[in-house]
Design a protein around this ligand. Sequence first.
Ligand code: GLN
Ligand code: ZN
Length: 765
Amino acid sequence: MKTNLLGYPRIGSKRELKKSSEAYWKHDITLENHLKNAKAIRQDNWIFQDEIGIDLIPSNDFSLYDHVLDLTLTLGCIPERYNNLKLNENPLDLYYAMARGIQKDGLDVTAMEMTKWFDTNYHYIVPEFHKNQTFELLNLKAVNEFKEALELGIKTKPVLIGPVTFLLLGKETEHNFHRIELLDKLLPVYFQLVEQLINAGAEYIQFDEPCLVTDLSITEQQAITKTYTTLASTFPNLKIILANYFDCYGTNLKTVLKLPVHALHLDLVRCTLQLDDILNADECNKKTILSLGVIDGRNIWKNDFEHSLKLIEKAVNLLGKDSVWIGSSCSLLHSPIDLNLEQKLPTDIKQWLAFAKQKVEEIVRLKALVIDPNSDENITALKANKQSIVNKSTSELIHNEAVKHRVSKLTAQDSSRQSAFKFRQSQQKSILNLPLFPTTTIGSFPQTKSIRSWRSKFKKGEISQTEYDHLIQDEIEETIRFQESIGLDVLVHGEFERNDMVEYFGEQLKGFAFTNFGWVQSYGSRCVKPPIIFGDVSREHPMTVNWTAYAQSLTDIPVKGMLTGPVTILQWSFVRNDQSRATTCKQIALAIRDEVLDLESAGVKVIQIDEPAIREGLPLRKADWQAYLNWAIESFKISSCGVADSTQIHTHMCYSEFNDIIDSVAALDADVITIETSRSNMELLDAFVDYKYPNEIGPGVYDIHSPRIPSSEEIELLLKKACNLLPIEHIWVNPDCGLKTRDWPETKKALTHLVNTAKKLRAEF
Ligand code: GLN
Ligand code: ZN
């Protein structure tokens, strides 16, 4: 029996990678030092896993920015626009240019697109394929990292994204082919990489094929079969681990069970039932090892050992100990790193939790419990585990009868506006008096170093509440003045008081707990610190009204109130595992509804409820979509529908494709929706156009994920494109998303271009 870890967080327990990357980008540290910092993180991870007793330790799970981009570059899939970059000998220049765009010494190239990694909040860089795509082995990152661990005396299991998932994660840049057709060209190059790994001494390789959680077409299933039969015949001595996670194998199970692989990994957290399916399947090759993903890589709750042991025993009884491995459900990339760093979490709650480090310990403990159940140490550990599981299920911290009652009394009326959109639109027009192509932003303005330092000083008690409030108020005032000066039509206060759009609300709601170091990578150097929803959610007091009202008091131009929507709060938090997500979401929705109504009473006429996470909440299999969408839409509407017709509700979504959920997006019935479209060159608008989306819409014209400043000409092109697609009186002009990660100078220039372009167009129409 082996312990198998699919992947470990790469940001470092104190976000060392983020700090190093950002310092490097600012030229504050040298390339050499940056690489040294990265190496230290990898080594710490390996040594920890090795010392604690993980048998199959992952390598190449580290990445300087994104593991999909790593493979894209390794396999030589460099989009043409980067070919002519006169980048010097530093290979990271190209890598970061693909990730972040580049604007330097006359160079001006946009970044590659980014999208969500399955149903997680991790974002990967989307590979781009054209019909005559060729591949070549450009670097040996995976091999080098394997060797690096070997130098420490640790023989790792390299992790590679499987060829089929790699192709499916990408997108075609031409419409005359499907990317899966590139498999035959890809495999030989991919196999060169495998060969190099084997030559370096790799015995096991983990191939991640999470595309297996989706409903693959026959062609795609055949691609899987072809890949793994050829792989096995080309490298007969290689121990192939095929890893799927985030759900069960579903309709792909038959295909997968026939594959000549050494081990098959199952996510038994998301899908427990598949264990029986597999053990009972006629195709089940009793020689294939099953790697049981019993430790939840996506949530923070302590493992229920009794439950896991039952699953493990079931497999062991049928296959024998040697054919069963114990592991994490997926890579621990999605877990915070170390619970032991947390000093402020209430101890009651802390004892219910396990972060990546503790999860690794749990994996090792579970193996010990199977191998040596009667040792004193194991008996004690099992007892303690049972105790904390019981303690959680009965804790008074969790239950609030008033909240449960309010959810049970919800009616259809609570999730419906008073009048239809057309009527509301005319009411809002007469009150807001906005021009054609109204301009606005998505909410946040640059979160400068000083703002972050005020917050941290305030939290440490080094400055008082009054001092802190004044600093934030000054920042708000300056931002309002700036927005007025360039002529934006709907202003925002800038969200300076918020560390994070979910954490800020969670901190003020009951039922949430917070960590100090519970960071999880979102993309590149961006990390999020999801709150932990442990109990029934309620709002004790207004959360945003003071700041918004203050901003509005400074100006006659409408200021938009900014809230995070219930689905996004749910989606970006660690959620309870003792009640449905639907119920938790409705509890949050009611809390947001109360806030919306308080904003309205305070005179705020435009309220934005951000729901960037609606799409990522979609179950991975289409059959499960509608059930989710029903409660997600209802939750948004519970939060937004209490207002008068004349109050304008905005919503905002980013990184989303809308084609297959456009009817649900329309069902949200927001008066205005702002979306991210600039990177896709307005492609994402197509869904709205085809659907004849009835409400107003702000397609983003400024890619805020990149430091480059869009020119007025560029913005104009995008807007004109939108004008050809949508009724012009429905179009808003705004950036793709909030500006908190940007600097002031670039923000000022870009927004000035944006407003001037809207003015120019106004004059033309
Ligand atoms: N209002 C938020 C902001 O501007 C929206 C962020 C998001 O959609 N991710 O920061
Ligand atoms: Zn956004």
